[in-house]
Design a protein around this ligand. Structure first.
Ligand code: 2HG
Ligand code: ZN
Length: 496
């Protein structure tokens, strides 16, 4: 039984308790006439192109669907500024949207908000090969940023499975962590400057910021991870890293999570400066991915409870390969791992990564998924998955069938203490949702973890910040939102 969801239920119908804010104006012909006066035809999509309109209204997971009748796709910061000023004056609500790959329902409207897409702001602005400073419009697709930098012997300091669609501005707005956070760190460190249009149309920019600048509050940090609730990011300046000359990867099969941790400690100590990723997947994640990647042979001979993908990147292939080979041999000799496979060449390396990068899409193609993205102390990282699985099992939802109704898939970034728990389902049901929530959040709070490690808050986790943040922190956040966006027109019904 495979249930496909070509369209999500309307968010307004699925969540009837969320009401449209009556203070927001309903779009009328005078508004359209104004937008037509400042934008060209290819910068506006409306109900005359229903299919295109629909794609901006629905999220990637096909879980949320809004009812916007207008998508604006300005090609300059100046136009974004004019749009925001007009919308603020008229109290028209706006949802900024990048590649629409977000995972918490942050980038699609809930009701009839105007979608402000950054898609037409897609130019690289500048690159300095000496300092590595890369400046671009917010709508540059991450794949294109990687390609540009690759051609200039550098890399974008972040990579994601959604790189072919996500946009640089959206990634910064989400404060995504990605696959190499362990090596290159957070966007809070890598972003040098931002150009942002505020809800009232003012442009605040420090895109020409220097590597070090300690003059006053670091305002750009507020917009990193704000999910477009206090401003629209239109330009980004970021530090690109030098392109590694040697890349390699090894894939391990392991039987318990304690051993995953031991392997992590060993990798940090023995691979040290060349270790650039340490990712894990559990049995459910790989079973789901095997069902999805039908044409790609699995790299290991046997199935295991856990799998780890380690990546190394450095400047000397011979040195790095020797180190990795010795590491692999030692882990096998010491019986730390059950099985391991090292990439022989670039094609192998890509294949190993395909197993990891395909997990989210594989889970999504199961039918649908409930998605949780959590930070925990490493010793507790997998315990949340075990607790949820036990609960679903007790309700008879997992069972032994080859294709059960529910599949629990835990995977993520061991190096960052971040687990993604995807509960893949054949269809969304109230019974499953009630088993999962608030259980998952209460569990995380009891372990003093975070209910959002990197995917953000969006619509899914609105009103749930208290599981991780204190009352005073939430009060400050509300003050900040109110200060920047007193009319509340930017990305409403979400975040706080
Ligand atoms: C990843 O690590 C991304 O693959 C997406 O953060 C995770 O879809 C997910 O749950
Ligand atoms: Zn992730």
């Amino acid at each position: 039984m495979t249930i496909t969801h070509p369209v999500a239920q309307l968010t307004a119908e699925a969540y009837p308790k969320v009401k449209r804010n009556p203070d927001f104006k309903v779009l009328d012909s005078a508004d359209l006439a104004y937008f037509r006066s400042i934008l060209s035809n290819d910068e506006i999509i409306n109900s005359q192109a229903p299919e295109e309109l629909a794609s901006f209204n629905q999220d990637w997971m096909k879980k949320y669907r809004g009812q916007s009748n207008l998508i604006l796709l300005p090609n300059s910061t100046d136009k974004v500024s004019k749009i925001m000023k007009y919308c603020n004056d008229k109290k028209l609500a706006v949802v900024p949207q990048g590649g629409n790959t977000d995972l918490v329902g942050a980038s699609v409207p809930v009701f009839d908000e105007i979608v402000l897409s950054l898609r037409n702001m897609n130019k690289v602005r500048d690159f300095d090969p000496v300092s590595g400073t890369f400046k671009c419009d917010a709508g540059v697709i991450m794949r294109d940023a990687h390609k540009f930098l690759h051609d200039h012997d550098h890399i974008f300091p972040l990579d994601l499975p959604s790189r072919n669609n996500c946009q640089v501005g959206g990634v910064v707005s989400t404060n995504a962590g990605g696959l190499n956070f362990l090596r290159y760190g957070s966007l809070h460190g890598n972003v040098l400057g931002l150009e942002v249009v505020l809800p009232n149309g003012e442009i605040i920019s420090n895109i020409n910021a220097l590597r070090k600048d300690n003059t006053g509050y670091d305002l750009k940090q507020l917009f990193i991870g704000a999910e477009g609730t206090i401003g629209v990011i239109t330009g980004v300046s970021i530090v690109a890293a030098a392109k590694p000359k040697a890349l390699n990867a090894v894939f391990f099969g392991i039987e318990d999570f304690d051993t995953v941790q031991k392997l992590f400690v060993k990798a940090k100590s023995e691979l040290s400066e060349i270790l650039s990723a340490f990712e894990f997947m559990d049995r459910g994640s790989i079973e789901c991915t095997i069902e999805y990647l039908t044409d790609l042979p699995f790299p290991l001979e046997n199935q295991h409870n856990f799998y780890v993908l380690i990546e190394t990147s450095g400047s000397n292939k011979r040195h790095d390969d020797e180190k990795l080979t010795a590491f692999l041999k030692d882990t096998i000799d010491s019986k730390l791992i059950s099985e391991g496979m090292m990439a022989k060449d670039k094609a192998d390396y890509d294949r190993l990564w395909t197993w990891r990068k395909s997990v989210p899409t594989a889970c999504n193609s199961y039918g649908g998924m409930y998605k949780y993205d959590m930070s925990l102390q490493l010793k507790d990282l997998y315990s949340v998955s075990a607790a949820v699985t036990e609960r679903l099992n007790a309700a008879g939802l997992i069972g032994d069938a080859p294709k059960p109704i529910v599949k629990s898939c835990g995977y993520g970034h061991v190096g960052d203490g971040n687990i993604h728990l995807n509960i893949a389902v054949r269809e969304f049901t109230k019974q499953i949702e009630d088993l999962l929530e608030p259980f998952v959040y209460e569990y995380i709070a009891s372990k003093k973890g975070s209910i959002s490690a990197e995917h953000g808050i969006g619509f899914h986790k609105r009103g749930k910040l208290h599981y991780t943040r204190s009352d005073i922190e939430i009060r400050f956040m509300k003050d900040i939102k109110h200060h920047y966006d007193p009319n509340g027109i930017l990305n409403p019904y979400k975040y706080i």
